[in-house]
Design a protein around this ligand. Sequence first.
Ligand code: SR1
Ligand code: MG
Length: 390
Amino acid sequence: MGYRILEPADVPAYLNERGHWDDLGDIDVREVSDGNMNRVFLASSADGSRSLAVKQALPWVRVAGPSWPMNPDRADAEARAYEQVAKVAPDKIPAIHGYDPENFALVMEDMSDLEVLRTLLNEGAPYGPDTSARIGEFVAQLTFTTSDFGMPSAERKALIAASVSPELCKITEDVVLSEPYIEHEHNHWLPELTDLAAAFRADAVLRTEVADLRHTFMTSAQALLHGDLHTGSVMVGERDGSPVVRVFDPEFSFVGPIGYDLGLYWANALVSEERARELGRLTDHADQLRLSWEAFESEFRRLWPTRVDGFFDDAYLDRFLRRVWTESVGYAGTEIVRRIIGFAHLTDLTTLPDPVPASRRALLLGRELIVRRAELTDVESVRQLVSQSA
Ligand code: SR1
Ligand code: MG
């Protein structure tokens, strides 16, 4: 039949054809699309005992429309990433019930009993006590097992080849790692930030440091990444009295620098802190860097003795982790900057009564994280920088 774009009314028959839903008399479908790229539908039975989510990639960037075409085969990358994560961290992703490569559609667990982490933080909720630790573990489990430490060389080369994702990597190379520092039609910002946007475009030091991070993103095939690990890609809540953390939306997955995943998570925690400060709420979201880094490091070190290549010794592990730390700090800076003067902004800031002061603080913090990342050698130094930005 070929690729067809699903509308809510098509979803019952679609799920039925694919063998996911028998009773067409008992299904209600609603669209809950929220991210920048794709459409998502939730199907449920009247008594709520049965429900599924369907995510379909469109042949364009959803929020931009057909004027920004994008191959829907990006959903293949997402399905592959879920398959890989399911082997090593199945408790940290939604259950995947099926992937339809013809329609670029994933059928997966309905997680509407959970909340998007960004939504909760925007409402003023604190991070759950385990959230950042689970994220740090997630990154360690995915990246160790798909690095040259966790996977034999030939298998790794096959993974790298299978995970090549030129179009989505190009989005990141452009919208995160270059456009905010040049004149580009995608960029927009609050009028009160025009001076800073211009200063960033004229800042030769900043540009060279971003170029370095961009080149690392393009060339450093350390491990399979989630690729877009912001707080909108994390759902949290409670099931059977226990905290639940689920990472979703790995469509930007590819084999790249581990710091990109950690950096995105950190940036979103820091922006969220700026929001909270603006609203006079006491938070220490910067502490999420520590919690996620400590969990990442401890899980990576726990897995180290299982490495498949003994030439990599313990001293090398220390050096490798230092590199990951420094790059994470830098990528955190790039994520902050692009979310304020680039294409895709954050509701953390845009929904503030006056987004200007927090946006200015965050932009300046982002620049410092990028250009001073080599001096910011530990959690405490980053935390001091964050408190100075107040
Ligand atoms: C054109 S897409 C802009 C952003 O949306 C996605 O969620 C990624 O973060 C991407 O950079
Ligand atoms: Mg997404």
